[in-house]
Structure formats: C-alpha cells, structure tokens
Design a protein around this ligand. Sequence first.
Ligand SMILES: CC(C)(COP(=O)(O)OP(=O)(O)OC[C@H]1O[C@@H](n2cnc3c(N)ncnc32)[C@H](O)[C@@H]1OP(=O)(O)O)[C@@H](O)C(=O)NCCC(=O)NCCS
Length: 162
Amino acid sequence: MPDLICSLVNLPPIQPLMKRINERGIHLRRANPWEWTPLRQFIVTNFSEKWADETSVAMARQPVSCFVATHEKKIIGFADYECTRRGYFGPTGVLEFHRGSGVGTALLIASLIGLRDMGYTYAIIGGAGPVDFYRKTVGAIVIPFDEGRGIYRLEDDPAFTS
Ligand SMILES: CC(C)(COP(=O)(O)OP(=O)(O)OC[C@H]1O[C@@H](n2cnc3c(N)ncnc32)[C@H](O)[C@@H]1OP(=O)(O)O)[C@@H](O)C(=O)NCCC(=O)NCCS
C-alpha cells in the first residue's frame, strides 16, 4: 500500500460537507478525552487493534487530534491526524452502514484543516488503502517510491543503520 501526499493549500470548504451529513442526523466534532474507552472499542471491533493503538496518540494530544462522527449519539466514524508520524493523516474509518454519505470526506477535511492549522502545507497519508478515495476527495497523489520505503514493517530504525 503506497504513501500519498496531498496539498493543504486549497482544501474544499467544510461547511457544505457538514450540512450534508447533518441532514442525515450525523454530527462531526473533535473526540473528547472521556470518550477514549468507547472509541477504542469502536475501532477494535470495526477496524483493528493497531488502528486503536495509533489513535491513542491522537487522544493524548492537546487539542485531541481525532475527529469523530456520531449518529444518535453513537460513534459511527473517526479520523486522526498528527499521531502515527508528524504531518500524517490517519487512520480513519466509517461504519459500513454509513459509507457513501460523505462522512469519510467530512472527517478527512476536518483533519486536514487541523494539520493546516498546525502550519503544514502538505499531508502524508501513510500506507493508504483506498487510493481512489483520496485522489477523488483531495487530489492526493501516490509518492513514487518503491514498495518498502514507508514506515510500516520497518525492522531497523533507519536513523541508526547508515
Ligand atoms: C475510506 C472510507 C473512510 C470512506 O468513507 P465514506 O464515508 O464512505 O466516504 P464518502 O462517502 O465521503 O466518499 C466520498 C467519495 O469517495 C468514494 N469512495 C469512498 N470509499 C472509497 C473507496 N474505498 N475507494 C474508492 N472510492 C471510494 C465514494 O464513492 C464517494 O464518491 P462520490 O462523491 O462520487 O459519491 C470508508 O470507506 C472506510 O471506512 N473504509 C474502510 C477503512 C479504510 O480503508 N480506511 C482508510 C485507511 S487509509
């Protein structure tokens, strides 16, 4: 799975995305520290323990760098930034039932605004699965490195091996 890069300079406005999901009774906001236990359970149950571990970094930051989407007060999606590495977006996931309604895009744009507010002009999407989703929503492009140049599955820290 490749790493992607996307510009933060001309992000689409978030208000129309918020309006679209609000019309479906879905809300988007930063996660609160007291929600960590249910959020962790949500991620482990629907995605993976590894994604929950990555999200633990977002939850320990101030402000928390995880956004959640809720429906009837229950978490239905999440997205993190600045947690796996500096300048990184992800992980992210939306419950299958709620996919295709703009929730993933709203979570993505909220997080990218978070990165832009930190001073970044580009974001990295590390080990991206749905490349077409990122291409379509924010014009992300694949970083043209050979497989194995990303951070996942490294056995030695490159900082100590050269
Ligand atoms: C990727 C994901 C977060 C997208 O959430 P979503 O709420 O379905 O996204 P949206 O409804 O905002 O979709 C926006 C557009 O991207 C498209 N899209 C969504 N998921 C896609 C995918 N996996 N591949 C290609 N296109 C996709 C949608 O069809 C939509 O296109 P449209 O505007 O023409 O209708 C969701 O599919 C998911 O949770 N996937 C499993 C976890 C995952 O892969 N996370 C990413 C890890 S890098």
